[in-house]
Design a protein around this ligand. Structure first.
Ligand SMILES: Cc1cc2nc3c(=O)[nH]c(=O)nc-3n(C[C@H](O)[C@H](O)[C@H](O)COP(=O)(O)OP(=O)(O)OC[C@H]3O[C@@H](n4cnc5c(N)ncnc54)[C@H](O)[C@@H]3O)c2cc1C
Length: 496
């Protein structure tokens, strides 16, 4: 039996989730000993890296699937309001770090207009109604709507260039949008964390096993992949922030709350523009409508990106099928995750989501010319030679037991925590990195009830995220002052 090391916290995975939780926990209790394990040799090598996700600061401004039309024709803003509130929390946390010179905002976040773009009379009417509902709410004030081709061409010239038909087009634009390099942000957060005492990062270390010990702690076994050595750590709290690798570790934990969970991997692909002349003509994130029957993560968008010193343009996502749970994972990931208690939910969810299976088969069979046709719906002047195919990150969609349906497939993010708060895992990938701060504001009170006194925890969280515990959607004055302060600290545009 190898000797073990005692620690207070084990974080598994060096993505945006562990980075955010680590920094928050150290603020609440600077004495905490934290050990972080990452199987790759680099920080943010999976979904959090810049090209592995779309870099959208999801704030409900442009994602049409967040504002469905109700049967009575009105627009349901619930999801857009929730996502916007969560992104305001993220901006507050980053602004708090930026004010202390612990993060350089220009290295990871930029203002970028968020647009929605539709074709056809029915979609124009929907967009008009959606705009009326949103612009009336303080969260989305200042959002513009147009059905004028010339105005759309001013906002995003590539959308209208060489569009020779007489079609009906409409668009909205919000200047509150952002492009975020979550990979750079994750590396900056870990650099900050590593400067603090009692924090150790173990790169190239894969967590292989998790087991409860008799004293209620967790025995975490990690393998040093270079030296082939096993190391054992004992901790009263473990966070499984392993992205696609979270499900197999959660299964190993054997906590009753994990029973019945399964995962279905969907890989992403982009078309990436190679022509700097074209890239410089587009300065927005433009989201369209998902094709009917296709899943929410397939909403097409044409995005300007800033990654380091480089400007880029991406279109997608296209979906691919792989049985790997991580981009750098194993083909055995999906079959190995099947257990007695998730077999029925997995089969039921598969049977009830034949649309998704059909969509994936169609996507996998797309030729380069067919992908170009999809891009041309956004950018009619696109030419094949200006674009290359790039592989994005893996998403593992959550499958869970459902008393009525047997098993359901979910497209959101799910925090699974042991009843005693000693272990928590994050499954799923949407809206994802944008909501890391809100996820941790939810996790910390559930898992650190006893370790950090109530009043210290509340004060600490309010220091990092001043709106914590308040609804900005209902407090317009607070929204205005908090948003202005965050945007000023992060160097973001603050429309009048
Ligand atoms: C195609 C695509 C587009 C997306 N677009 C957006 C977007 O526009 N905006 C947005 O906000 N979000 C987006 N997301 C979601 C977002 O990228 C993820 O939600 C987020 O990056 C997840 O962070 P994480 O820290 O949980 O996981 P990851 O960044 O995947 O990190 C997990 C880490 O754990 C490591 N690991 C796994 N298993 C082990 C183990 N056993 N031992 C040690 N280490 C392990 C992995 O190597 C990895 O480095 C997108 C995702 C995809 C795939």
């Amino acid at each position: 039996m190898p000797a073990h090391t005692e620690t207070d916290v084990v974080l598994i995975g060096c993505g945006i989730m562990s980075a955010t939780l680590g920094v928050m926990l150290k603020e609440l209790d600077p004495q905490l000993k934290i050990h972080v394990f990452e199987r790759l040799d680099a920080i943010a090598g999976e979904s959090s890296d810049a090209w592995n996700n779309a870099g959208t600061g999801h704030a409900g401004l442009c994602e049409l699937n967040y504002t469905p039309e109700r049967p009575d024709g009105s627009i349901d803003l619930t999801k857009a309001l929730k996502v916007d509130e969560e992104f305001e929390q993220s901006k507050q946390f980053w602004a708090w770090l930026a004010r202390q010179k612990r993060l350089e905002p220009q290295r990871f976040i930029n203002s970028l207009p968020h647009m929605s773009f539709t074709e056809g009379a029915e979609n124009r009417d929907f967009l008009g109604k959606r705009h009326a509902a949103m612009a009336a709410h303080p969260f989305f004030r200042g959002m513009e709507f147009t059905a004028d081709r010339d105005v759309i061409a001013q906002w995003a010239p590539l959308l209208m260039k060489d569009r020779h038909d007489n079609g009906i087009y409409a668009a909205t634009r919000s200047m509150l949008g952002t492009d975020v390099n979550y990979g750079a942000l994750t590396r900056l957060l870990f650099a900050d964390l590593e400067k603090q005492p009692e924090v150790v990062l173990h790169l190239g270390h894969e967590v292989r096993d998790l087991e409860r010990t008799d004293d209620g702690k967790w025995r975490v076994e990690a393998k040093d992949l270079k030296r082939g050595m096993r190391q054992v750590y004992h901790a009263p709290f473990v966070f499984i922030g392993a992205g696609g690798g979270a499900l197999p570790l959660l299964e190993k934990s054997d906590i009753p709350e994990a029973a019945g969970y399964g995962g279905f991997p969907v890989s992403g692909e982009w078309l990436r523009c190679l022509n700097p002349r074209i890239i410089m003509q587009h300065h927005a994130k433009v989201y369209g409508k998902a094709k009917s029957g296709s899943p929410p993560m397939s909403v097409p968008h044409l995005d300007r990106r800033t990654i380091g010193e480089d400007h880029a343009l991406l279109f997608g996502p296209f979906a691919g099928f792989s049985t790997k749970f991580l981009k750098h994972g194993s083909w055995l990931d999906l079959p190995s995750s099947l257990e007695w208690d998730n077999l029925v939910p997995m089969m039921q969810a598969g049977w009830k989501n034949l649309d998704l299976t059909k969509y994936l088969i169609e996507q996998v069979r797309l030729t380069p010319e067919e992908r170009l046709e999809e891009l041309k719906e956004f950018m009619p002047s696109a030419k094949l030679e200006d674009w290359e195919l790039a592989i994005a990150g893996q998403r593992v969609q959550v499958i869970k037991k459902d008393p009525k349906e047997g098993g359901i497939l979910e497209f959101g993010t799910e925090l699974v925590a042991a009843a005693d708060g000693s272990l928590a895992a994050l499954l799923g990938a949407s809206p994802g990195a944008s909501t890391a701060v809100s996820i941790m504001l939810n996790l910390i009170p559930r898992c650190f009830q006893e370790r950090v006194a109530n009043s210290d925890r509340h004060d600490g969280l309010r220091r990092m995220v001043p709106s914590h515990g308040h609804s900005l959607a209902q407090d317009t004055a607070m929204l205005q002052s908090i948003r202005s302060a965050s945007h000023a600290a992060l160097g973001l545009v603050m429309p009048a």
